[in-house]
Design a protein around this ligand. Sequence first.
Ligand code: SF4
Length: 424
Amino acid sequence: MSADPDWRPIFGHAEPYDEQVDGIQAAVETAREDGFLALEGACGTGKTMLALTAGIHLVRDPDSRFERVFVLTSVKQQLRQFEADLRTINANLPEEWRPVSAMTLVGKADVCPYNLAGAGDIDDDTVYERCEGLRERTRGLTEETTADALAAAARSQQVGLADSASASGDGGGATYLEAADEPTPYPRDTPEAAERDVEYCPFYAQFLADLPEDGHPSEAVPFDPTGMGIVEPEDLVSLAAGHGSCPHSVMGALLPELEVLVGNYYHAFDPTTVRAFTGDLVDEDTFVVCDEAHMLEPRVRELVGDSVSDRALSDAQSELSRVIQPLAGPDESLSLSRRFASTVSINRCSVPASQHLSRSSPAAAMLQQQLYHRECMSKAEDANRRASRHPLEDDIARRPSSLQHNSCFAQHAIGKKHPRSSNG
Ligand code: SF4
């Protein structure tokens, strides 16, 4: 039996293996000394329960500075294992202990009431972009009115519809947006601000209205998580959206209040996610459990790195030489090469550069007709022979620059079809 029996009530099974006892002890002692523990074990040896027991024990120890356990796992099956072990721990805690509060971090697609109801012109593919636009417009509107007034206006649309239906006795009227089988206070469609024709999100408006000016964002959480144990996504949606607030925003406000958070590598290493969402969660008060840590380096490299292959660079160089050298004398060729090099970044397709060249000089305008993606080369040559016009020129003119792909060199390298080749 352990020399530190304090953690024993947290351990969710009848008897720990000897290896688990050693592991929990080592993890607790290492964390108290601000160290890092690399722990290896075969499948089924109970590493998940071991890590949770050590972390929760430290979080509940009043003499320890740890305030939360943050689990990072990149494998969904493992994420489910952490959730299952948390349920086991809660089910076997001494009766007088409160359950361990925990939550798995999920994306907007999983909790946005509009997305879940298939309403508001929002679906899995558009939810992130639509949400950002709606939030921005909602914040913009609060410069002229209050967030409270925006949420109240959306509620009153439903009240008005319900009143007129009961007055006319036709049984029609309000159709409430439902999420997680619970009605929300708003209509199915996103509302527009009166006399402004500006679409906004009433759930986000309600969240902004609930945020205290000087207090802690957790005051905007419209329910008490104490005693709930694991806050499941369905609970989050029905409790937050039922109150009229955005479940994803409420999730962000709730995070610092919970003892265990289960996320993935994005939540700790993706700069955008960290900046917008989880930045405050990883500090010296956090007991971090990194599952599948042998995958950490390649996964994080994927997240934060840009890459281009030698082959792609060499292809780009030979394409440039092929275009520039035959059409310019040595001096002009050199000068064009320099100007061209200044406009071509290694992750840009050559098409925007060709547009730049067309503005540079008459010689460069001639180059434009021959400067195109390598995989379009044969079709383009045929077309040029027939009409002295590259078939992609129309395509280029039709597309805004934001739609021009920015990874064709990488696609060269992995042998994928150029996205425009289907248009050429
Ligand atoms: S703010 Fe919340 S409720 Fe509104 S669109 Fe975004 S995720 Fe959905």
